[in-house]
Ligand binder design. Structure first.
Ligand code: WAQ
Ligand code: MG
Length: 251
């Protein structure tokens, strides 16, 4: 049996009543690991660099094992850039190489950098025009029901690349699921944690890390999913929110 465990935490009350997003996580876990995962999620919500949550919601749902799709981890590269300006210029080039229209890529980066505060989910934007396509507003579309197939194997694989920590592990799992979505062209992300400046661009072709996509100390992060203008948004949202995915490493 497998459970989907999802946590969302806010400050100033429930997100739905105007609370400020602090943190969120998604896991797919075996019954024996439920208690430990719960404890870990609480710890995270109560000791976060974005502030101490005063609203925490954890949802637990049984998952149909037969519905789980296993997807191979994206190949990872890190591209060294001197500063945020260079990082964002490079981000445009990578997005274009992944099939996003140049103006749409520039518009996407502007949409992220002009947010007043972080959203809980992602914006879905046309890879052709840069226009926002989803109607999720300030909430955004939240990707859910994914995890690493084997946490130890993933940690080991990342250690070989001199990468460690939860940010990169979780971002890779999410990006691998997102890259396989129907109609997905590319994803752009930088963290909402003020101390974390590394962001990435991902597509089926790979996960490209840029060490400076945001200034140190900035609390505003987010995600943009660039999709085919013609894609079916209902099918896409259903995959992102509901399809259980395990991300596998190695051979
Ligand atoms: N679904 C959709 N959007 C999400 C989700 C989700 N499950 N989780 C987070 N977001 C959005 C939301 O707007 C957050 O404000 C924003 O993304 C950033 O989330 O070194 O830490 O969890 O290779 O702060 C990337 C680089 C780190 C890792 C990303 O994101 C590396 C990070 P955070
Ligand atoms: Mg965060």
């Amino acid at each position: 049996m497998l459970y989907s465990v999802r946590m969302r935490a806010a400050k100033g009350g429930d997100h739905k009543l105007g609370g400020r997003h602090i943190s969120g996580t998604e896991r797919l876990v075996m019954p024996a690991d439920l208690a430990a995962v719960f404890a870990d999620m609480l710890e995270r919500a109560l000791n976060h660099s974005r502030g101490r949550a005063d609203f925490i919601q954890v949802t637990v749902e049984e998952i149909d094992r037969a519905a789980v799709q296993t997807i191979r981890l994206l190949p990872i590269t890190t591209i060294d850039v001197a500063d945020v300006a260079a990082g964002r210029r490079e981000a445009v080039e990578i997005l274009v190489s992944f099939g996003v229209n140049r103006q749409a890529a520039i518009k996407g980066i502007e949409s992220l950098s002009s947010l007043q505060d972080s959203m809980r989910g992602a914006m879905i934007i046309s890879a052709d025009t840069g226009e926002r396509l989803d109607e999720a507003g300030d909430r955004g579309v939240r990707v859910s029901r994914m995890d690493a197939a084997d946490h130890e194997a993933l940690t080991e694989e990342l250690e070989h690349l001199a990468l460690c920590g939860a940010h990169v592990r979780e971002a890779l799992v999410l990006a691998t699921k997102v890259a396989a979505a129907p109609g997905m062209v590319a994803e752009l992300c930088w963290s909402d944690d003020p101390e974390y400046t590394t962001g990435y661009i991902a597509s089926k072709q790979g996960y490209r890390r840029l060490p400076h996509l945001k200034e140190y100390g900035n609390f505003v992060g987010g995600r943009i999913f660039f999709v085919d203008q013609a894609c079916d948004l209902t099918v896409l949202a259903d995959y992102l929110e509901r399809q259980p995915v395990l991300v596998a490493t190695g051979g």
